[in-house]
Design a protein around this ligand. Structure first.
Ligand SMILES: Cc1cc2nc3c(=O)[nH]c(=O)nc-3n(C[C@H](O)[C@H](O)[C@H](O)COP(=O)(O)OP(=O)(O)OC[C@H]3O[C@@H](n4cnc5c(N)ncnc54)[C@H](O)[C@@H]3O)c2cc1C
Ligand code: SF4
Length: 461
C-alpha cells in the first residue's frame, strides 16, 4: 500500500452508469476503510477539524475505524452532525477538511468524506440510532423548511430538550437533498430518508404541505400557536432566467423544476407518471454543480447533452469531481459560449438556440476574467430542450409576510452568522435563505448556530 495515495474507491463504470440512476460511487468496504484510516497520522493539531464547518472530531472517528469500532466512530460523528451519510457524499471536502489535511502536504489527503460515508452507511445497515434528550424543557420551537439547515437546527434543539416542529411546504421533507441533488449522487430512499428518520427519532415532528406565509404566518406561530421561537431555513429556491428572446417557449426549464420532476416526483421511473421533457438534444446553460446535475440527469433520460458556459473550463464553478464525472459519462462541454436567443417553432416549442462565442477579458469584481463577446461569431446549436441553471435566490414569501424581518437587496434574510438572530425578536434564520445558494455543510453550520442562538434566547427569557 502506498501511504501517499488514497485507497481508491469503487465506482460504477461510466458507460453503464450513463444509462441508469443508481449511485455512481460505491464507497469503501470495511477492509478498504481500515486501510485508508491507517494512513491518518492522528495529528495533535488536527487541521482537518478547522476545515470542517461543523467541527467533527475527525482524527477521533478515523482512529475508531482503524481499530474496527464503527459504532464508536458513529457516536463521535453524531455529536456534531445529523447528516453524515449526506455530507460524506456531497460535501466539497477538497476545499474543506481534506483541503487542509496534513497528509495532503506530501501526497494525497485522507479520504475523510469517504470514511464518514462508510461510518454512516454502516450505521444505517446496523440500525444505529442517535441519543435522545433525557428530559424535555417544555418549550416549543418552530422550524421552517426541512433542508439541511432546518433539520440540523431541529435536531440540535431536540437534543437540548425542546419540542420542535418543522413546517415544510413540499409534500416530503429534505429540501434540496430530496428534490435537487439527483439519486445517482445521493440515494433518497436509503440515505436521505434514513437520516431524516434519525432526526425524527430525536423527537422532532415534521408537518409537510404547510407553506409559511400562506397557510400560517410567523407572527401567528409566535402569538397563537404557542411557539416561543422560530428558525427560518427556507432555502433559496427561486430560479433566475437570462431574459433572452424565446425563454418562455415550451421545452425551456429552470434546473430546479427539471430536477424536482425527476428527483422528488420520480419522472425517471416507469412506475410514476410525472411528465418530463425527454429531449433528444438538451442544452444546459450554466457551469455550477446544479448545471452538472441537470446535464447528467438529461443524459440518463437519453439525450445528447451540452453544457453551455460563457467562461472557460478553469472558471467552471462546479466541483472538479462533478465535471470529471459529467465528461466521463459523455456530456459535451461548449465553453466560452453564451446564449443570445432561443428559437421557437410554429407550435411554441424550442427548435434551437443561437449562441455567440466569448473570449476572456480583464478580471471583474469577482476576480474572474470577464467574458467578452466575439463580434460576428453567432452560431446555432440544434437543441429541442433548454435548461437554465443560472443560480437561485430566496423566495420573498416569508419576508413579505413577516413584519420587522429585514432582508438585503438580494432578498436574503439579514441574520447574525454566529447565532442566526434576525431583526425580529424570537426569529432566527440560516442556510441558503440567509447566504443565497451555498452548500449543505454551510447550511448545517448555520442550523447549529441558530439552535445555539435560540437556546441562549430562551434560556434567558
Ligand atoms: C441541484 C443541486 C445540487 C447541489 N449539490 C450540492 C452538493 O453537491 N454539495 C453541497 O454541499 N451543496 C449542494 N447544493 C446546495 C445545497 O443543497 C444547499 O446549499 C442546501 O440544501 C441549503 O440548505 P437549506 O436548508 O438552507 O435549504 P433547502 O435545502 O433549500 O431547504 C429549504 C426547505 O424549505 C422549504 N420552504 C421554502 N419556503 C417555505 C415556506 N414558505 N414554508 C415552508 N417551507 C418552506 C423548501 O421547500 C425546502 O424544503 C446543491 C443544490 C442544488 C439545487
Ligand atoms: S489533518 Fe489529515 S492526517 Fe491529520 S488528523 Fe486530520 S485527517 Fe488525519
Amino acid at each position: 500500500m502506498d501511504v501517499l495515495k488514497k485507497v481508491p474507491v469503487r465506482e460504477q463504470d461510466p458507460k453503464v452508469r450513463a444509462t441508469n440512476f443508481d449511485e455512481v460511487c460505491l464507497g469503501y468496504n470495511m477492509e478498504e476503510a481500515q486501510q485508508e484510516a491507517s494512513r491518518c497520522i492522528k495529528c495533535k493539531n488536527a487541521r482537518c477539524m478547522t476545515g470542517c464547518p461543523v467541527s467533527i472530531n475527525i482524527p477521533g472517528f478515523i482512529k475508531e475505524i482503524q481499530d474496527g469500532n464503527i459504532e464508536a466512530a458513529a457516536n463521535i460523528i453524531a455529536e456534531s452532525s445529523a447528516l453524515p451519510a449526506v455530507c460524506g457524499r456531497v460535501c466539497p471536502q477538497e476545499s474543506q477538511c481534506e483541503g487542509v489535511c496534513i497528509r495532503g502536504i506530501k501526497g494525497e489527503p485522507i479520504s475523510i468524506g469517504k470514511l464518514e460515508r462508510f461510518v454512516a452507511d454502516w450505521s444505517r445497515e446496523n440500525g444505529f440510532v442517535p441519543k435522545k434528550a433525557e428530559k424535555m424543557n417544555g418549550k416549543k420551537v418552530a422550524v421552517i423548511g426541512s433542508g439541511p439547515a432546518g433539520l440540523t437546527c431541529a435536531g440540535d434543539l431536540a437534543k437540548l430538550g425542546y419540542e420542535v416542529t418543522i413546517f415544510e411546504a413540499l409534500h416530503q421533507p429534505g429540501g434540496v437533498l430530496l428534490y435537487g441533488i439527483p439519486e445517482f449522487r445521493l440515494p433518497k430512499d436509503t440515505v436521505v430518508k434514513t437520516e431524516i428518520e434519525n432526526v425524527k427519532k430525536l423527537g422532532v415532528k415534521i408537518e409537510c404541505n404547510v407553506v409559511i406565509g400562506k397557510s400560517v404566518t410567523i407572527d401567528q406561530l409566535l402569538s397563537e400557536e404557542g411557539f416561543s421561537a422560530v428558525f427560518i431555513g427556507s432555502g433559496a429556491g427561486l430560479p433566475k432566467f437570462m431574459g433572452i428572446p424565446g425563454e418562455n417557449a415550451n421545452g425551456v426549464f429552470s434546473a430546479n423544476e427539471f430536477l424536482t420532476r425527476n428527483n422528488l416526483m420520480k419522472a425517471f421511473r416507469d412506475d410514476h407518471d410525472t411528465p418530463i421533457a425527454r429531449g433528444k438534444k438538451v442544452a444546459v446553460v450554466g457551469g455550477g454543480n446544479v448545471a452538472m446535475d441537470a446535464a447528467r440527469t438529461a443524459l440518463r433520460l437519453g439525450a445528447e447533452t451540452y453544457i453551455v458556459y460563457r467562461r472557460s473550463e478553469a472558471e467552471l464553478p462546479a466541483r472538479v469531481e462533478e465535471v470529471h464525472h459529467a465528461k466521463e459519462e459523455g456530456v459535451i462541454f461548449k465553453l466560452l459560449t453564451n446564449p443570445k436567443e432561443i428559437l421557437v417553432d410554429e407550435n411554441g416549442w424550442v427548435k434551437g438556440m443561437v449562441c455567440v462565442e466569448m473570449e476572456l477579458g480583464e478580471p471583474d469584481a469577482s476576480g474572474r476574467r470577464r467574458p467578452v463577446e466575439k463580434v460576428g461569431s453567432e452560431f446555432t446549436i440544434d437543441v429541442d430542450t433548454v435548461i437554465m441553471s443560472l443560480g437561485t435566490s430566496p423566495n420573498p414569501l416569508i419576508s413579505s409576510t413577516t413584519e420587522g424581518l429585514e432582508v438585503n437587496k438580494w432578498k436574503c434574510i439579514v441574520a447574525d452568522e454566529t447565532n442566526g438572530k434576525t431583526t425580529k425578536e424570537g426569529v432566527y434564520a440560516g442556510g441558503d435563505a440567509v447566504t443565497g445558494a451555498a452548500t449543505v455543510i454551510l447550511a448545517m453550520e448555520a442550523g447549529k448556530a441558530g439552535a445555539k442562538g435560540i437556546h441562549e434566547y430562551l434560556s434567558n427569557k
